[in-house]
Design a protein around this ligand. Structure first.
Ligand code: PAF
Length: 285
């Protein structure tokens, strides 16, 4: 059994820890999360460990990134279980601040975004989401002053938004993406999968299935609109309400019309009942 991973809730304590480790010549890795941890998160801890001597995991369900009709109140909060899991992968510190620690009375600043945050994907359906993400991530990066921070490719548009903001705001922390972990049937691991009913969980595997099929067709030379349209139709027939399923340039998220335009990514968001799932895959052989 690993020693228990310590938890701190105050920015001062986090900074003291980072200063001490730095003074000992160590590199710091940061893994920001909203908790409800699963194997996908633990793989981010492993990725951070490859790039740093110490790994700090933040757990904060950030109210600013939820829209008024979204699942902030019911988002799973499982701190004790999360800390157990983090002990099992030997994370070095958990930073679990309160809402007041992050947004004290009088807090009045927001990060305003363009570029990948306005690609007409998630932003079309969650117009205030990325500003909330960017504001909290900017704060966490400033608070921790880590050498590297790791984010999952599962939230692909978010990853590009964070890379862009770190470059634009001269944040010294290197931002790394880590691959999506999937269940045996292909469903991307997500804290929101627990919302799915048994039937919807069975159906949910088709999201990755149809995306993979569309990618195969595109790689064989099929028209991109036809391939993504067929995937959208198949998901709709299977009972999904598809918000978007699109092929985009993997670095800029600009719409693409052929593989010759550079690396391509397929991105999807679709609802099964009240549960909204997002996923993405690279189109590559
Ligand atoms: O991806 C998440 O879990 C969140 O959006 C993040 C990056 C921790 C910011 O709250």
């Amino acid at each position: 059994m690993n020693a228990k991973t310590p938890i701190v809730g105050a920015v001062d304590e986090l900074r003291r820890y980072v200063r001490a480790r730095r003074a000992a010549g160590e590199r710091i890795g940061l893994v920001p999360t909203m908790g409800a941890l699963h194997a996908g998160h633990l793989s981010l801890v492993d990725a951070a460990r490859q790039a740093a001597d110490r790994v700090i995991v933040t757990i904060f369900v950030n109210p600013a990134q939820f829209g008024p009709n979204e699942d902030f109140a019911r988002y799973p909060r499982t701190l004790a279980a999360d800390v157990e899991k983090l002990c099992s992968v030997a994370a070095d510190l958990v930073f679990a601040p309160s809402v007041d620690e992050i947004y004290p009375p009088g807090f009045s600043t927001k990060v305003v975004l363009e570029g990948p945050a306005t690609a007409d994907l998630e932003d079309r359906f969650r117009p205030t989401h990325f500003s909330g993400v960017a504001t909290v991530v900017t704060k966490l990066l400033n608070q921790a002053q880590a050498d590297v921070a790791v984010f999952g490719e599962k939230d692909y548009q978010q990853l590009l938004v964070i890379k862009r903001l770190a470059r634009d705001l001269d944040i010294a922390t290197e931002i790394l993406g880590a691959p999506t972990l999937r269940e045996a049937d292909g469903l991307a691991m997500s804290s929101r999968n627990v919302y799915l009913s048994r039937e919807d969980r069975e159906r949910a595997k088709q999201l990755h299935g149809e995306m993979s099929e569309a990618a195969r067709h595109i790689l064989k030379g099929e028209n991109i609109g036809a391939a993504t349209g067929a995937a959208r139709d198949a998901l709709t027939v299977a009972g999904f309400e598809v918000d978007y399923l699109e092929a985009r340039h993997a670095e800029t998220l600009a719409p693409v019309s052929s593989l010759a335009g550079g690396p391509m990514r397929l991105l999807v968001a679709a609802k099964l009942g009240a549960t909204r799932l997002i996923d993405n895959i690279a189109v590559q052989s």
